[in-house]
Design a protein around this ligand. Structure first.
Ligand code: AHR
Length: 506
């Protein structure tokens, strides 16, 4: 009989990586496809409230507990005139939207989105247009949103029914400006200059804001990481974060390589951190630039269908990836990777939130349901708050055509001191075998297992649909148990695990 594969981890309270910034569980709503129209907003829908916001969607967003939502793009923002979306609806123009080649009705703009975010218990992470516009539009927008009153733009906001400023605290200086597809694409020098000057006026209007400069669109960009070095050289004084974006897909149907993509994400993060710190050293600065991983997810299922979508329609079904069980496993590995960098990755946005490469799907006029990837995100958002431990890990490894030494076990642990809780997040990447996990709990005496959540499915391509929404769901019958200062569990092959422990009461 073949021996059971074994992995070991050591958890020690004193091995602290960093506090989890709650904004690590952010998301993203772009004016794209059915994210806004038919997603968060659908007047006439049976669950729509007085503002036209779908309550069924809001309920799911609140369940995910998303503290911050990036808006309004994405590629969309690089051609967006924010003034089109304010004032009486009947006066708002319909525009050709060039990023996604649709018609934008502007029914929803910055004020309505702020209303929606309040209902979702989220903050808005607002992006400015550095594609077709620049310094002037940026200073007007922030005056409109954040200045209390007594000036042209702030009084205009008041006249639109918003007496109090929105006070958006986090702003993106454009979107993916390194990409040739971006409207108003720029070289690193060009972007560095306009980002610096826009940042300057924005912080003059409101010095309390934080700013995210655009990093590379993905790791394989030819200009990465020189782009980061140049743009940070320009913006270091004003920027607080640099953005990081990545999407993965299982195009070759090679599951071993697919599940190892989080190692690529890890390398990406390390290189961006190194580049930030290189500029810090070059400038002899005491300030540290942190990372805003403000677009990450799986994105590939919908690529072919999107090629056949008619241009110039309103809210067509673009980027509607239907996620499989294996996608949920990779999303779990990506969440673990983000947590492992909690000391430097302070913001992350699962891209996106509703319908467009999203954990939540809706049918226009119909129901709303949870995709497979909803669950690892929910678990991390619910139980991954506190501080992250530097987990010392020993695991069997495997090889793929793209990656060497891929650990079968991907794991991290988060301590919540307030509640005396410890949560282990773990993925068994093995396609054949159960993995015996032994966990040394040396500094957690008297901790017991509260719950061991497991997500498994015999079919890695299984999905959730409106008719079968509970096809892929977690259960809480995992076998983790503690004896003395050791936890033991047999993690099923290809499984997402959340092992929740707490100090025994009394
Ligand atoms: O999230 C979808 C798109 O991916 C965004 O608009 C863009 O920023 C990225 O390329």
């Amino acid at each position: 009989m073949a021996e059971v594969k074994k992995a070991k981890i050591v958890l020690d309270k004193d091995f602290k990586i960093g506090d989890v910034d709650k904004r690590l569980y952010g998301s993203f709503v772009e004016h794209l496809g059915r994210a806004v129209y038919g997603g968060i907003y659908e007047p006439g829908h049976p669950t729509a409230d007085e503002d036209g916001f779908r309550q069924d969607v809001l309920d799911l967003v609140r369940e995910l507990d998303v503290p911050i939502v990036r808006y309004p793009g994405g590629n969309f923002v690089s051609g967006y005139n924010w003034e089109d979306g304010i004032g009486p609806r009947e006066n708002r123009p319909r525009r050709l939207e060039l990023a996604w080649r649709t018609i934008e009705t502007n029914e929803i703009g910055v004020n309505e989105f702020a209303d929606w975010a309040k209902k979702a218990n989220s903050e808005v992470m607002m992006a400015i247009n550095l594609g077709t516009r620049g310094i002037d539009a940026a200073r007007n927008l922030i005056e409109y949103c954040n200045h209390p009153g007594g000036t042209y733009w702030s009084d205009l906001r008041k006249s639109h029914g918003y007496a109090e400023p929105h006070n958006f605290k986090l702003w993106c200086l454009g979107n993916e400006m390194d990409g040739s597809w971006q409207i108003g694409h720029k070289t690193a020098e060009e972007y560095g200059r306009i980002a610096l000057e826009s940042a300057k006026v924005m912080k003059l209007v409101d010095p309390t804001i934080e700013l995210v400069a655009c990093g590379s669109s993905y790791r394989a960009m030819r200009t990465f990481p020189e782009w980061e070095a140049i743009i940070l050289d320009h913006t270091y004084h004003y920027a607080d974060y640099v953005s990081v974006h990545t999407y993965y897909g299982n195009r070759n149907n090679d599951l071993g390589s697919y599940l190892a993509r989080s190692l690529d994400m890890d390398e990406f993060i390390k290189t961006v951190i190194a580049t930030c710190d290189y500029i810090k050293a070059k400038k002899r600065s005491r300030k540290t630039i942190n990372l805003s991983f403000d677009e990450w997810n799986v994105w590939f299922h919908s690529n072919e269908a999107d090629r056949h979508i008619e241009p110039w329609t309103i809210a067509p079904p673009q980027l509607e990836d239907i996620y499989t069980f294996e996608d949920a496993l990779l999303v779990g590995c990506m969440l673990i990777t983000l947590l492992k960098h909690a000391d430097r990755v302070k913001i992350a946005c699962l891209a996106q939130l509703v319908n467009v490469i999203a954990p939540i799907m809706t049918r226009t006029g119909g129901g709303a349901w949870r995709q497979t990837i909803y669950y690892p995100f929910l678990h991390a958002s619910k139980y991954g708050r506190g501080y992250v431990l530097n987990v010392v890990s020993q695991s069997p490894v495997y090889e793929t055509s793209d990656f060497s030494d891929v650990p079968v076990l991907e794991s991290t642990a988060v301590v919540n001191e307030e509640n005396d809780e410890l949560t282990i997040f773990a993925v068994n990447r093995d396609q054949e075998d159960v993995l015996e996990l032994e966990c040394d709990l040396r500094s957690f005496p008297n901790y017991e297992v509260v719950e061991h959540i497991v997500m498994v499915h015999e079919d890695v391509k299984a999905v959730n649909t409106e008719d079968n929404p509970n096809n892929v769901v977690p259960h809480n019958n995992g076998d983790a148990s503690v004896k003395g200062n050791k936890l033991v569990s047999y993690l099923p092959k290809l499984s997402w695990n959340v092992i929740r422990l707490a100090k025994k009461r009394g």
